[in-house]
Design a protein around this ligand. Structure first.
Ligand SMILES: Cc1cc2nc3c(=O)[nH]c(=O)nc-3n(C[C@H](O)[C@H](O)[C@H](O)COP(=O)(O)OP(=O)(O)OC[C@H]3O[C@@H](n4cnc5c(N)ncnc54)[C@H](O)[C@@H]3O)c2cc1C
Length: 446
């Protein structure tokens, strides 16, 4: 038998629960959010059932950048050492490119890079596997169970709509069999089309789940041999597109492989009647500065795939921001709660953060009531609201090609502006400076 790395091998996660079996908490979805929530709950001795639709090895379409915000959770869950021992690309800066091809390389804060807290990029098939394996250890050590290849078809509840609907379990199809498993708490961590989120947001409360102004499409491919992406540490690259609220990215993941992709807000794709796969092919074949970097490169066969990013940008007039994340007996986390940064497209950090806040709330309140759910929702928005709102403003600014060309041209010449960008990446307080016209005028003009 040939040796394959652990993330390409199947993974045994234990027996299947009997039909009707009961748990303290059921977590739907074994991505970073679900694995973290299950792990944190198991650490507090809750009997957890973690359900994942796919079977490992499992890929997830992503840019693969794991930012600083994620790393504290990765460490708390006991996975950081393993991550560092396995192949990865160490991110030390972000290179921004304007529609005209002006580039500026913004270093990440040196203290964070030196302390290995700045960020990594590595394929999700590896990263998610490490988190899922760790969650399996924690869950099974504490009397819970983990099921893969199990599709949650339906979410069980008492009462029909609104506050009267109380969630009680799930209906799951696995290997041609259908089982019902029950718990007084369901955590929805099933990503952008999570069945628990659909049941909470659309069915129970008749609220909007997919708002195309706040959902983004993404297309990802892996390439080898892209010029300028050969090292094992350095810059990840973000290139703004002409008149488009989105960007083209080149994120090296180590071993000479680069995650290459393009992301654009869905409403804008509708307006422009464009397809992401075609946009990406066009950039690679004919963009004046990016195209030539692919002249000796080769795409990894079968790696092209599209997916959606539910942004955390504030919804106009909505009472619950960015979108409802609770009901009686259910909490939503990560993409299921629409928490992806609307400028950078990062969502792993917020998935891990919301998993922690949700687990703490379930532990403290011994369940999820309407009141504790509302408090959870407020905690999330209080912690992330400013950052997500600032990122939304930046995303809107990035639609103005003239402005992006001008800003990056200035930044390329002035170290003071580069420092402003580094500070903004490092701290959300510094992002507030963006809205001070005086501050910006002083920094850019003098
Ligand atoms: C193109 C693209 C690029 C991105 N780039 C980055 C990046 O560079 N950095 C970053 O931080 N973020 C990035 N993101 C966002 C990031 O991928 C998500 O925010 C992150 O994966 C959210 O984690 P999650 O656990 O909430 O959901 P997911 O990772 O989507 O996990 C959900 C899990 O639930 C499972 N599931 C779904 N339905 C069911 C069901 N019915 N029953 C059981 N299980 C189910 C799925 O199989 C999946 O394993 C990107 C996203 C896209 C699409």
């Amino acid at each position: 038998m040939t040796d394959v790395p652990f993330w390409e091998a199947p993974f045994e996660s234990g027996p299947i629960p009997k039909n009707g079996e009961r748990f303290d908490v059921i977590v739907v979805g074994g991505g970073p959010g679900g694995s973290a929530a299950a792990g944190y709950l198991a650490m507090a001795k809750k009997r957890v059932l973690l359900i994942e639709k796919e079977k490992w090895p499992r890929d997830k379409v992503c840019g693969d950048a794991v930012g600083g915000k994620s790393l504290s959770h990765v460490a708390e869950l006991g996975v950081k050492e393993r991550l560092e021992k396995n192949p990865h690309f160490r991110v030390t800066s972000i290179l921004f490119g304007s529609p005209k091809g002006i580039t500026v390389d913004i270093p990440l804060p040196k203290e964070e890079v030196d302390a290995r807290e700045a960020g990594y990029s590595l394929p999700r098939i590896q990263f998610d596997r490490m988190l899922f394996e760790r969650a399996t250890e924690l869950v099974t050590e504490n009397g819970g169970m983990v099921v893969q290849g199990a599709n949650v078809k339906n979410v069980l509840h008492e009462g029909e709509s609104g506050d009267a609907r109380r969630f009680t379990g799930v209906v799951v199809s696995h290997n041609g069999e259908v089982n019902e498993w029950r718990a007084p708490v369901i955590v929805g961590a099933g990503g952008f089309n999570c069945p628990v989120a659909r049941s909470v947001v659309k069915e129970a409360y008749s609220e909007t789940m997919v708002d195309r102004e706040h959902y983004c499409g993404g297309w990802r491919e892996y390439w080898q041999g892209v010029e300028g992406c050969e090292a094992e540490e350095g810059a990840i690259e973000i290139h703004f597109l002409n008149k488009s609220p989105g960007y083209f990215w080149l994120f090296p993941v180590g071993d000479g492989v680069v995650n290459v992709g393009v992301g654009v807000v869905l409403s804008e794709l509708d307006k422009q009647k464009r397809k992401l796969k075609e946009m990406q092919a066009e950039i690679i074949s004919s963009h004046p500065s990016l195209g030539p970097r692919f002249s000796n490169a080769k795409m990894v066969e079968g790696s092209g795939k599209g997916w959606q990013l539910p942004f955390g940008s504030p919804r106009k007039g909505a009472e619950l921001q960015p979108r409802r994340a609770y009901a009686n007996g259910a909490l939503l986390i990560g993409d299921a709660a629409s928490l992806v940064d609307p400028f950078s497209g990062e969502g792993i950090g917020n998935a891990l953060f919301s998993a922690k806040v949700a687990a703490d709330s379930i532990i403290e309140n011994e369940g999820v009531t309407l009141e504790s759910g509302r408090i959870y929702q407020n905690q999330i928005w209080e912690a992330l609201g400013d950052e997500l709102t600032n990122s939304y403003k930046l995303q809107k600014m990035s639609r103005n090609s003239f402005l992006i060309n001008w800003v990056l041209k200035k930044a390329a010449r002035k170290p003071k502006i580069q420092k402003l960008f580094t500070d903004m990446i490092a701290s959300k307080e510094a992002q507030g400076n963006l809205h001070s016209k005086m501050y910006l005028l002083r920094t850019f003009l003098f």
